[in-house]
Design a protein around this ligand. Sequence first.
Ligand code: GLN
Length: 380
Amino acid sequence: MRIQSKLPGVGVTIFTVMTRLANDHGAINLSQGFPDFDPDGELYELVEKHMRMGRNQYAPMQGVMALREKISEKTAELYGRSYDPAGEITVTSGATEALFAAITSVVGRGDQVIIIEPAYDSYAPAVELSGGIPVYCAMRYPGYSIDWDLVRDSITPKTKLIIINSPHNPTGSVLSPADIAALRDITSGTDILILSDEVYEHIIFDSVVHQSMARDPELAARSFVVSSFGKTYHTTGWKIGYCLAPAPLSAEFQKVHQYLTFASNTPVQHAYAEFMEKKGVCRSLPEFYRGKRDLFISLVQNSRFRCVPSRGTYFQMLDYSGITDEPDVEFARRMTEEHGVAAIPPSVFYHDGVDTRVLRFCFAKKEETLERAAERLCAI
Ligand code: GLN
């Protein structure tokens, strides 16, 4: 039997490849982005409590109402915009599902979707499965800022969607108010929609303010805003995220979501809602992760790696051009096998494999993990 692949260019994701390689060689895994420390113990108790209270059957399709209310309050408090829990908020099975549902709900055959590269690896396959055409606009090392002239020149009557990600994985760059103004200007008077991946909204450093699309009335009116509880509460394995969008967009989004998963994990949604009720908006995360970023940078200061400090996310790019001229995929493999530290080669986040001899390291790790990894990196 011959199978005609719908995604002929897609293989196993780099996160799976590098984590497997790290495990096979007993390497310290700074590749795939996840914390190696535990979430707040109270969350475990809350999940158990809600399971014992019998909240073990399907949640409402849009998500548990108490959680939607908390998301609404949080967004109003932080970004000054009120999303209606009844029709403008959908809880999803991770941000990954929200991204897929948003893209699928609006992109049709022949529609063009602008993707800023390097780009998180799930965007383009979702566009292609919908029959859409990715149009790439590259950000370049070391500044990694968006070239808005290039974005403007890439727009055609077929442009349906622009995908934005800030704080940005893998580069650690963040949008500025000037970026928001440029995006507003470019899309003003058009029907172009925006998918804003804001999963690292609470992981942003040096007093920089997160520029959520929700802050800007004009942009919010054309945006799907996606976030994830996994990043905020150190629970990437619990896979709960959400999407905010004006009612007409949310209605289309929910048509897809209801057949993709229908609903997401019930007791975990109740637990997050109660946790948010008790703890309020998560304000300690920037300081927590800034400490880890600064520790990691200071530990590798005397190595042959060079860096520009990350401004958001829990990733730090390190330039290894002072060590070798090997392509990043090869060096990432050799570093894992021979030096016992795994990282992500960012060339895989460019459709044409742009390789600037940098690697992405995840610093969402215990101090001792970062110390052991840095010791090995300093020996290269
Ligand atoms: N978002 C995580 C990262 O960038 C990984 C997610 C995944 O494994 N698919 O490392």
